[in-house]
Design a protein around this ligand. Structure first.
Ligand SMILES: *Cc1c(COP(=O)(O)O)cnc(C)c1O
Length: 323
């Protein structure tokens, strides 16, 4: 049975060619505009929320608890959806959550403005904790959920970025949407990867087809391929298919993270400037800018050629965040 869905996004999002960048780079470069999903300021999380919110409605929850960085695009869009459907929305957040093995990265911080302006308008109850490991952030989520249950509320807990198999299903559907917009297959789709359900859903959809899905990691976490594999397994159960994907089926590039998750880098900032000057399109410093920097590198070193698609995941509000 197809999972229930609430319509939130303006779909299909536009697909168009990047004429000036194509001429400059010598490839046939296209863009999928999920920055223009429209919902709560746009971005890729709207596609996941159409299914995640429907699930919370089916479960008759009173509150949704989740987590992320204080500039999380997911928390911003989640809070708006909660406002619409009458859920209380509580989040555990850190300015820069990190992986202990990698350590806390140095760099520009985004404590104020940006997504937080919208979070406040959307009634998000954000509890900010000192920077620590992602595991510690998850512990805070569990204790907040317990606290709300203790008040008699029915609670749905969503992982960071909404990355459950159901969230990934939103991008499985998006793969179908892309195919219905373009008869000629793309040689490659390039996108940013962090909590993994965008990459997992598209990678799952295009598995066994001529299109490669290349994720540019925005997170230095070594266990991301395990996460992709786990989500693909969840999609097997949800869709009743037996793709049995293995970790090696996912093309994930770890070389473009820069200093770490949540910290802008020189290459990403240069990529942002490049797309402004060629196409007048805005990328963000945490995800899409780094992913586009990866795309530029892979095109320039000859690894990507022909008909290439950049999947723009949004993130615009972060451009207005300040330290
Ligand atoms: C969350 C996010 C991503 C990463 O998507 P995941 O599904 O978490 O891997 C990429 N770009 C933007 C702008 C995001 O907000």
């Amino acid at each position: 049975m197809a999972p229930s869905r609430v319509p939130l996004c303006a779909l299909p999002t536009p697909l168009h060619r990047l004429q000036r960048a194509s001429d400059d780079l010598g490839v046939d470069l296209w863009i999928k505009r999920d920055d223009l999903t429209g919902f709560a300021g746009g971005g890729n999380k709207g596609r996941k929320l159409e299914f995640l919110i429907a699930q919370a409605l089916d479960e008759k929850s009173d509150a949704i608890v989740s987590s992320g960085s204080t500039q999380s695009n997911f928390l911003r869009q989640l809070a708006c959806a909660c406002q619409m459907f009458g859920f209380r929305c509580v989040a555990a957040a850190m300015e820069l959550p990190f992986d202990s093995a990698a350590g806390r990265p140095e760099g520009r911080s985004f404590a104020h403005g940006g997504n937080r302006v919208l979070d406040e308008m959307f009634g998000l109850e954000m509890r900010v904790f000192p920077d620590d490991d992602w595991e510690v952030l998850d512990q805070h989520v569990r204790s907040i959920a317990d606290e709300l249950r203790g008040q008699g509320l029915g609670v749905t807990v969503l992982p960071t970025g909404g990355s459950t198999a159901l969230g990934a299903y939103g991008f499985f559907k998006a793969g179908h949407e892309l195919e219905s917009q373009s008869r000629d297959p793309f040689e490659a789709i390039v996108l940013p990867t962090s909590s993994c359900s965008t990459h997992a859903g598209l990678g799952y959809y295009f598995h066994g087809k001529p299109t490669r899905v290349v994720g540019i990691s925005c997170d230095p976490e070594p266990e991301l391929p395990v996460e992709l594999w786990r989500l693909a397994g969840g999609l097997d159960s949800m869709t009743g298919q037996d793709r049995m994907m293995v970790r090696e089926d996912f093309d994930l590039r770890l070389g473009y993270v820069g200093a770490g998750y949540g910290v802008p880098g020189v290459a990403g900032d240069a990529a942002i400037e490049y797309l402004i000057k060629t196409e007048g399109i805005l990328l963000d410093p945490i995800y899409s800018g780094k992913a586009f920097a990866g795309l530029l590198d892979l095109v320039r070193n000859g690894e990507l050629s022909g008909r290439v698609l950049f999947w723009h995941t949004g993130g615009l509000p972060t451009l207005f965040a300040t330290g």
